[in-house]
Design a protein around this ligand. Sequence first.
Ligand code: F6P
Length: 539
Amino acid sequence: MTLPSINPTTTSSWKKLQDHFEDIKGVHMKDLFAQDPNRANKHTIKWDDFYVDYSKNRIDSNTLKHLLQLADDVNLKDAIKSQFSGEIINQTEGRAVLHTALRAPKDADFKVDGVNVMPEIYKVKQKIEEFTNDIVAGARKGFTGKAFTDIVNIGIGGSDLGPAMVVDSLQYYKNHLTTHFVSNVDGDHVNEVIKKLDPETTLFVIVSKTFTTQETLSNANTLKAWFLKSASENAIAKHFVAVSTNIKNVTAFGIDENNVFPMWDWVGGRFSLWSAVGLTVSLAVGYNNFDSLLKGAHKMDDHFKNEDFSNNIPVVLALISVWYNNFFKAESEAVIPYSQYLNQFATYLQQGIMESNGKSIDRNGKPIDYQTGTIIWGEPGTNSQHAFFQLIHQGTKLIPADFIGFTKSLHGNQDHQDKLTSNFLAQTEALLNGKTEAEVVAEDTPSDIVPFKIFKGNKPTNTIFINKLSPESLGKLIAMYEHKIFVQGIIWNIFSYDQFGVELGKQLASKILQEFNSSTINKHDSSTSNLLNYYKNMS
Ligand code: F6P
């Protein structure tokens, strides 16, 4: 069965939303709160250790009714079933999409081409566990008999962003191993990392689903060459491991087949941290914590699969985001975690959201005449309050924002935690209510300054309040956004699991690279030709 291919703008719910938008676009949320004392309770989903308040949005009960009908009109229920049952829903690449299987219990049944993939997944999980335990305990040693102290993850895109974000987010749970991430083909990146390494005690984890990615192979070769200055070829087996589907290329690189952690083509790069791509996470925080991350994601999978849409966190967040994207014409969304640990979270989400839903051809192969993927950005609060919040509060653009916070801090400094949380709550309150002219005047503001100090408010936010940042709650949070991406892709009638848009630049770069060493250059536009010649002369 294929995914439904329904143009959302032709549904009756879309038309209702268009009419309804005319009614609601001028309404201030302040008035909606004043009219309904129960508004916050009505628009809060409490699930497990998550408290999700979406009441500070420019919606009323009719908005939700129409949005939920939209979910039905595009057959979201069937699409969810198709995804979880291993159907080839990545139709443009001819693949199933089963990252959810990676975090499912052993006795689950996820079939690809009629074969249950769970035994294979658990075989690899066991390999990750044993390898992690050996490295962490110092039982597996380097070529001079010393225990490993440093891990270098070499990968890019989904083979870097997920592990890097999770390791950073879970640094509180980290063991003694120092982790490094090399991704950029910029040689200065790898060389800065090399400065910190000792070849005798460094383990290299090369992560590349295809094992053909230019950036990753260049960095891996540079690190191998550096390593071989101190060690012989047969030491590679002790120090280099790979995560890949391409065993042939991995072994050609010189890696022992026993040191390969397999993955599968039904795991997309940006959804792969749950597979052996998360090996560096497991090494950094220990296998049990890695497994808790997976268990948390699985809980969110169950919630998403089984919960009624009106109480379903990823579905509700996705629908609200469609409301802003397609009716209010919001250009971007911000994600503001009130935790320094989630410093890399928005960067990570950028790939998940923008690589998945940055599409302009629908599932019928036709150009799209409505907006799809949102631009996503963000930084932790409170730092971002002192950077870009001015524009969210008083700029001309509507920027819906997710505020993510934790009721408990990990180090337990209550004074800091209270200050952090007061900011977390105050910002969404300020964005909702703004500040009226009367309030500004009452502060004895000089009359010529009054207009500048008025805040219109009516800026939408979701508050995602979680008890504590743990491997499990982080797993839930990541999976929540993964499912939001899926729901939006279904509504927008696009294929969320391919990424052909990254290909063209790669192809042209490889042609240009050849021209650097050639006396002739191909025909380019005059700008590119000039730049190319300028580089050839200057480098
Ligand atoms: O950016 C494109 C992409 O294909 C991503 O989807 C993927 O995560 C990344 O490149 C890396 O690919 P690989 O794991 O095959 O090296």
